[in-house]
Write a protein that binds this ligand. Structure first.
Ligand code: PRP
Length: 189
């Protein structure tokens, strides 16, 4: 595992959440889900790509016969933020009728993506739907009544990368979550 002296860390101004803090929260969330879903076989849905790292760790902290599904979603450019329209690029492989579904996200920002997704899965007849997210940026929320069932960390409105989160598809492989230096995105503007 790369450490904080690694080359990719040079582009961060600070570390916001360490790998140890993440591991502790993931373990706690795994225990909570294990207790809450006793006797059930929940379907874990990973929302690609940002949630992939969190998803892999969380799934291994849940002591239940879970199944794993992967979904890819894209937004219709900036118009999405106002219309709430998102497009499913890769759909689930299994029918979720009467299933207990847990949506696993890396970050809830405006809430537009999850609001759309939750509505879609409700429409498909899931028995229950819960949302868990690694990060939450409450300051950016636009969908006020979106219920996030479990959020590992509330963070300020800063540009964060690492542990699955990207800038221009990079930095997803950092084991910690950090704030990206403005120098990085200013040089691309
Ligand atoms: C991010 C994140 C959520 C969404 C949250 O995905 O993974 O899906 O944005 O934003 P919202 O609450 O404003 O809808 P992104 O489009 O960056 O794709 P990625 O996961 O592949 O990096």
């Amino acid at each position: 595992m790369i450490d904080v002296n690694g080359t990719v860390y040079q582009d961060l101004t600070k570390i916001l959440v360490t790998r140890e803090e993440i591991a502790a929260k993931v373990a706690e969330l795994g225990r909570i889900i294990t207790e809450q879903y006793q006797g059930k076989k929940p379907v874990l849905i990973c929302i690609l790509k940002g949630a992939a790292v969190f998803f892999a760790d969380l799934a291994r902290a849940i002591d239940l016969p879970v199944t794993m599904e992967f979904m890819a979603i894209s937004s219709y450019g900036s118009a999405t933020k106002t219309t709430g329209q998102v497009k499913v690029v890769k759909d689930l492989d299994q029918d979720i009728l009467d299933k207990d579904v847990i949506i696993v996200e890396d970050i809830v920002d405006s809430g537009v993506t999850l609001n759309y997704l939750k509505g879609m899965l409700e429409h498909r007849g899931a028995a229950s739907i819960r949302i868990v997210t690694l990060l939450d940026k409450p300051a950016r929320r636009r969908v006020r009544d979106l219920k996030v069932d479990y959020s590992c960390f509330n963070i300020p409105d800063e540009f964060v990368v690492g542990y699955g989160l990207d800038y221009d598809q990079m930095y997803r492989n950092l084991p910690d979550i950090g704030v990206l230096s403005p120098k990085v995105y200013e040089r691309n503007e």
